[in-house]
Write a protein that binds this ligand. Structure first.
Ligand SMILES: Nc1ncnc2c1ncn2[C@@H]1O[C@H](COP(=O)(O)OP(=O)(O)OP(=O)(O)O)[C@@H](O)[C@H]1O
Ligand SMILES: [Mg+2]
Length: 251
């Protein structure tokens, strides 16, 4: 049985607060003493090379994977001792998201609404709004496999925001999506932030890093840079976020 640690005062006012968050797999340290503070309503970009530890960190913050060291609070709740409560406050679009292939788009939304214990009426109202915002209404009776990847990503995003989560974790939501669809996706992310959500998002596209209020860059389990895109460019004497990334992430 894990005993609750007394939360530090910052934990109550921050959307995400991690202190020395660590995850080992055997002898390998995937996430190594990560400290993070994300304020409510921020769009926070969580960048890093392949295998840097981003997905592992997100899974811990979503209460899906126990840390082996350190602690984090999400919306003031401990990810170690209140993981179930954390899961209800957040929305999570996983890197390898799964939609039900034998359910139509609207049935997928209905299913996720049920998972989040929404009432029948809430599901109907929210699904209609979300499908409209995501441009999915004309396809509501289609199966996911009949649609291009960008539309399946939109549906996966829709499923993760149905219950109006206070904090939204998006793990490479635009992976494999064309530039026009990526722009649409970011319009949506801004809208969600305007409506009051905190957005914690990973991406390998450095143009998308520029859309974030602040970003962190992770390398081999550690945060190696943190700040607004402009601050990081100044600090690293770089013109673009691509240059910043190449300077701080060593091969
Ligand atoms: N269950 C596991 N068991 C053993 N090693 C794991 C496990 N999960 C992740 N790892 C390892 O931890 C490291 C970090 O993986 P993670 O998926 O968090 O990286 P990432 O930053 O999300 O990478 P990408 O950009 O490719 O998605 C990798 O070396 C990975 O192989
Ligand atoms: Mg990942």
């Amino acid at each position: 049985m894990t005993h609750a640690k007394t939360p530090p005062p910052e934990a109550a006012s921050l959307a995400v607060f991690a202190q020395a968050l660590t995850r080992r797999f055997g002898n390998f340290i995937a996430v190594d003493h990560v400290d993070l503070s994300v304020k409510p309503h921020e769009i926070f970009g969580f960048l890093g090379a392949n295998g840097a530890g981003k997905t592992t960190t997100i899974r811990m913050l979503c209460g899906l994977l126990a840390p082996t060291g350190g602690e984090a609070w999400v919306d003031g709740l401990s990810i170690s001792t209140q993981a179930d409560a954390v899961k209800h406050r957040i929305g999570y679009m996983s890197q390898k998201f799964s939609l039900y292939t034998d359910l139509t788009l609207s049935e997928n939304l209905e299913f996720y609404g049920g998972v989040y214990s929404l009432t029948h009426n809430e599901i109907a109202d929210r699904s209609a709004v979300i499908m409209e915002q995501l441009g999915l209404t004309p396809f509501r009776s289609r199966l996911p496999k009949e649609l291009p990847l960008g539309y399946r990503q939109r549906l996966a995003l829709g499923c993760s925001v149905l219950h109006k989560p206070r904090i939204l974790f998006l793990d490479e939501p635009t992976g494999g999506v064309d530039p026009v669809a990526r722009r649409t996706f970011w319009d949506l992310i801004y809208r969600l932030a305007d409506e009051g959500s905190t957005v914690f998002v990973t991406t390998h596209y450095m143009d998308e890093a520029e859309y974030c209020g602040r970003v962190s860059i992770m390398d081999k389990g550690q945060i190696v840079a943190l700040g607004s895109p402009n601050e990081l460019k100044r600090e690293q004497n770089a013109l673009t976020m691509q240059d910043v990334f190449l300077k701080v992430v060593k091969p």
